[in-house]
Design a protein around this ligand. Sequence first.
Ligand SMILES: C[S@@+](CC[C@H](N)C(=O)[O-])C[C@H]1O[C@@H](n2cnc3c(N)ncnc32)[C@H](O)[C@@H]1O
Length: 264
Amino acid sequence: MPVTITSSNALYTDLSGYYDLMCADIDYQAQSTYVRRLHQLFGNEGKRHLDLACGTGPHIRHLVDNGYQSQGLDLNQPMLDQAKLRCPEASFIQQDMCGFTVESKLDLITCFLYSIHYSGDIEKLKGCIASAHSALRDGGMFCFNVVEKNMIDNRSFVRHSAQHDGEDFVFASGWHYPGDGERQSLKLSIEKHNGDETLRWIDEHPMVAVSFEQMRQLLSPYFDVYMFDHDYEKIIPLNNTSGNAFFACVKRGSTELAGQGLAA
Ligand SMILES: C[S@@+](CC[C@H](N)C(=O)[O-])C[C@H]1O[C@@H](n2cnc3c(N)ncnc32)[C@H](O)[C@@H]1O
C-alpha cells in the first residue's frame, strides 16, 4: 500500500529537488527562443529581463546565454536556491508576483508554464499586472501563457515517468475547474517507488481561473495586447480553438496612459 501525503505545495518546497525531473520533457530552449523572437518583433531593444515564478531557472539560463541580463523572482526559496546554482550570473528575489517591486526598470518580463495563474484570484491577478506594468520601461514587454477556464477538461491528466538515483518516479498533473467562478486548481501527484516502498504526494494548488477575453480586458488599459496560438515553433494569431494561448503585452507610453486618465 502506498503511503499518501497530501499537501498544498510540497513540489516547490520539500520536493523541489524533484522539480526538474518532473519537467524533463519540457523544451525550455524552444520556449525561450519563442519569447526572444516575440521580443525582437514587438519589444524595445533592451535586455533587462525578469522571470516571474522562475522556479529552478531554466528559462533564465537560456536568456542569459543569449545576452539578457536576467533576474528571477519566486515565492519559494528552495526553488530560488536551485535557480542560483543553475544561473550564478543572475540575481534572484523572493517576492510574491502579485505585488512586486524592482530596483530598476525592465525591458522584458516573462512568466512561463501558466504560472501567472498562481495569482490565485482576480484581485491578486490585477496586482500582478499592475506590478509588471510599473516595473517595465515604456515599450517593454510582458509575456506569459494562459489556460482558458471554459476549455479545461477536468478528466485530462499529463503523466510521465522517470528514474533518478535508482528510484522510479511517476508524475501526473491536470487542471480542475468547477464550472463557474474565478478559481481553478492544478492537481499534481508524485509517486516514488523504491523496492516495496511507494510514497505518493498529492498537491492541490489554488489558481485563478480566467477566460482569454477576461485576461485581455484586464491587460488592455495598460498594454497593447497580442494573443497567439500556443505553438512555440510558429508565431500565429490565436484561432480560439485551443484552450491555451500565449500573451505578449507591450507597455503603453506614460503620455498615452495619462491621456486615458490612468497613472503610468
Ligand atoms: C510550475 S512552476 C514554474 C517554474 C518555471 N517558471 C518553469 O517554467 O519551470 C511555478 C512556480 O511558481 C512559484 N510561485 C507560486 N506562487 C507564486 C507567487 N505568488 N509569486 C511568485 N512565485 C510563485 C512556485 O514557487 C514555482 O516555482
